[in-house]
Design a protein around this ligand. Structure first.
Ligand SMILES: [Zn+2]
Length: 238
C-alpha cells in the first residue's frame, strides 16, 4: 500500500467517525459554507492541485462577494457606492487609478471616505456622534451639510466648482453628448453620483461602460473632491 493510500484511509476513517468539533467536522462545515464539493467527492475525484486551487479561489471569492454586496445594500452610508463592480479580490476604480504614490493616495483616501459615507460632515456628526449637533453647513449656513451640499451647492467652493467641475462636465459632455447630459444631469443628486462613484451611472446606461472614460472621470473627480476637502479644512480650522 502506498503512503498516499494509507493517508486516504485514515482520512476516511476519521471522516466517518464524525465526532463533533473534530478537524474533519470543521472541514465539512467549511466545504459546506463555500458550497465546495463534499468530502466524499473530493476523496473520490482526484483533483489536480491547480484545478483544486482555482475551484477554492472562485468559491471563496463568490461567497464573500455575495455577503459583501448584501451588507452594503443594508448600509445607508454606502448609498453612493456602485455595487455592481464590487468583487472580492478586485480593487475599486478609486484605487485602480492611482499612479504617483503619496499625493494620489492622499487624494484617494479623501475620495474613499466620501464614497463609504465616512467623510465627517455636519450631517454625519449628527448621525454618529450627537443628536444635538446642528447639521447646518458651518460655512455658508444655508442648508444641511451633506455630500451633495459640499460638492454641488456650497457657495464657499464656487471657485473650485467653476474651474474644476466645469472641466469634468466638458469631458463627460464630449463623451455622451449635450442632450444626454442635459437630460440626466439636471439634478444635484446625479452630479453627486458622477463625482463620487461614476460606475453607478454605467448601470443606468447614462455613461458608456468604457474603462478609459471611467478612469478619467475618477481621476478628475478625485482632484475635485480633494480640492474641496483642502479648502474645507482651511476654512474650518481657522
Ligand atoms: Zn455650505
Amino acid at each position: 500500500m502506498s503512503h498516499n493510500n494509507s493517508i486516504r484511509e485514515i482520512a476516511w476513517r476519521q471522516h466517518t467517525a464524525g465526532r463533533p468539533n473534530s478537524f474533519f467536522k470543521k472541514i465539512n462545515d467549511i466545504l459546506d459554507m463555500y458550497q465546495l464539493p463534499s468530502f466524499n467527492e473530493i476523496m473520490n475525484q482526484h483533483y489536480n492541485k491547480l484545478d483544486w486551487k482555482n475551484i477554492v479561489r472562485t468559491a471563496i471569492s463568490s461567497h464573500w462577494t455575495v455577503k459583501l454586496k448584501a451588507d452594503c445594500e443594508e448600509k445607508s452610508t454606502l448609498k453612493l457606492l456602485s455595487k455592481r463592480n464590487l468583487n472580492i479580490g478586485q480593487t475599486h476604480n478609486v484605487w485602480d487609478t492611482i499612479s504617483s504614490p503619496v499625493k494620489d493616495v492622499r487624494k484617494a483616501a479623501t475620495k474613499v471616505r466620501m464614497l463609504t459615507g465616512t467623510y465627517m460632515l455636519q450631517t454625519l456628526k449628527v448621525k454618529f456622534i450627537q443628536a444635538e449637533i446642528d447639521p447646518t453647513c458651518p460655512i455658508c449656513k444655508l442648508e444641511a451639510e451633506d455630500l451633495q451640499h459640499l460638492l454641488t451647492s456650497c457657495p464657499a467652493y464656487r471657485h473650485i466648482r467653476k474651474s474644476h467641475f466645469q472641466q469634468i462636465k466638458e469631458y463627460v459632455v464630449s463623451k455622451i453628448g449635450n442632450s444626454v447630459w442635459t437630460i440626466n444631469f439636471n439634478n444635484k443628486m446625479a452630479i453627486t453620483e458622477l463625482l463620487i462613484d461614476c460606475q453607478s451611472l454605467v448601470e443606468r446606461n447614462i455613461l458608456p461602460n468604457d474603462k478609459m472614460i471611467l478612469r478619467t472621470i475618477e481621476m478628475k473627480s478625485r482632484d475635485y473632491c480633494h480640492l474641496i476637502h483642502m479648502k474645507r479644512m482651511n476654512i474650518t480650522n481657522v
